[in-house]
Design a protein around this ligand. Structure first.
Ligand code: GLU
Length: 409
């Protein structure tokens, strides 16, 4: 089953709950536009390299298409399509006025020099510039992309069309980026999990977390959890992991990872594999890297009571079923990791108004939006007696369906 089919399983569950008819389902399911481009570049060493890039725009009934751009060797049309539709439901869940899109370039970014990455990004923008824009489609960072790459996108687009900072979010602060955008996804995850335990009469103090992934999402999530007194007892990245039962020293680990580009070999802890990390005895497991890491095989061995989906689509539908049977709570991606796109919305608003918000304003608004989304999802889950994922999809899909119906074909 590919990523798009997986997302659509959840879509249909929500559509059943909402009583949507076939006509509305057909309109909601099919992506509005799928762009696939060829990107030849001359590398720094003079050789020619060829890449394939995608931008898939799923739905824009509630506002311009919105979603990240990833640079990864596994990027393909089906995966991008699935991730694009997840963005449509995600922007619906947090009620920001955007639709959903996703894009990417199939490449090994770690094998490309800074020069090659810049050329690749600029060439990609030249190929897709007709399809993006501040009121059309607004890309953002995702797996292996960052503020520098967004800066090149903004610059290349602005050269062709005139100064347009709102064409992309997740930019550097010096170029119209927003305070609090870089750590927004991690901060949003922390707000959601804090709300979850609060509803059980608990604070995060002393609760044990295991995080898979220590990139832009995982490392910031670790920081916020540590700040709130939780114990981060295991973390991993694509090279391996590290654990310490009494809690890892997160500020030191962050420093170590910045220097070494991996958490492997961190002296104050024992090494652990990625598979071992997923089944660690802990209160909450947060997959914060790639999709489909929790499968039918390993789900049975997961000991965490709560799975916080900091990554997009980390749980396969088979694993989801195992978790449901075993009474594990899954806080779904389209709620858990929506903090990124929420602050992207704040960045876009600031760009359109040429006005800067303070970090305090961003955090206050983000907390309000995430808490409201969390409460709405829990409310649907409780009244309809469905898992949080079905409830979140029902909230997102319901909002998009309403907008589409009001606008007409
Ligand atoms: N890539 C992030 C996501 O998957 C952020 C998207 C955005 O800010 O547009 O939600």
């Amino acid at each position: 089953m590919d990523a798009f089919e997986t997302t659509n399983i959840y879509f249909h569950r929500a559509a059943d709950l909402l009583g949507l008819n076939e006509r509305v389902r057909t309109l909601l399911l099919n992506p509005s536009r799928e762009v696939k481009v060829s990107i030849p570049i001359e590398r720094e060493d003079g050789t020619l390299a060829h890449f394939v890039g995608y931008r898939i725009q799923h739905n824009n009934a509630r506002g311009p298409f919105k979603g990240g751009l990833r640079y990864h060797h596994q990027v393909n049309a089906e995966e991008v399509k699935g991730l694009a539709s997840l963005m449509t439901w995600k922007t619906g869940v947090v009620d920001v006025p955007f639709g959903g899109a996703k894009g990417g370039i199939a490449c090994h970014p770690q094998d490309l020099s800074e020069h090659d990455l810049e050329i690749l990004t600029r060439r990609f923008v030249q190929q897709i510039h007709e399809f993006i824009g501040p009121t059309v489609d607004i890309p953002a960072p995702d797996v292996n992309t960052n503020a520098q790459i967004m800066a090149w996108i903004m610059d290349e687009y602005s050269r062709m069309k005139g100064y347009a900072p709102a064409v992309v979010t997740g930019k550097p602060l010096a170029l119209g980026g927003s305070a609090g955008r870089e750590d927004a996804t991690g901060r949003g995850c922390a707000i959601v999990i804090e709300n979850f335990f609060k509803s059980q009469g608990k604070t995060l103090k002393g609760l044990r977390f295991a995080l898979q992934g220590f990139g832009n999402v995982g490392s910031h999530l670790a920081h916020f959890l540590d700040e709130k007194g939780a114990l981060v007892i295991g973390v991993s990245d694509s090279h391996g992991g590290v654990m310490r039962g009494e809690g890892l020293d997160i500020p030191r680990l962050i420093e170590y990872q910045r220097r070494e580009k991996t958490v492997v070999g961190f002296p104050q802890g024992n090494s652990i594999s990625n598979e071992e990390l997923l089944v660690m005895d802990c209160d909450c497991l947060a997959p914060a890297a790639l999709g489909e890491v929790l499968t039918r095989e390993n789900a049975r061995h997961v000991k965490a009571r709560v799975i916080l989906e900091a990554a997009n689509a980390p749980t396969t539908p088979e694993a989801d079923e195992v978790f449901e049977k075993k009474g594990r709570v899954v806080i779904p991606d389209i709620l858990a990791n929506a903090g990124g796109v929420v602050v992207s919305y704040f960045e876009w608003v600031q760009n359109l108004q040429s006005f800067k918000w303070t970090l305090e304003q961003v955090v206050e608004e983000l907390t309000r939006v995430m808490t409201k989304a969390y409460e709405s999802v829990v409310n649907i889950a409780t009244t309809k007696k469905v898992p949080l994922r079905t409830a979140a999809f029902a909230l997102g899909v319901g909002r998009v369906a309403k907008a589409m119906t009001l606008r007409g074909l």
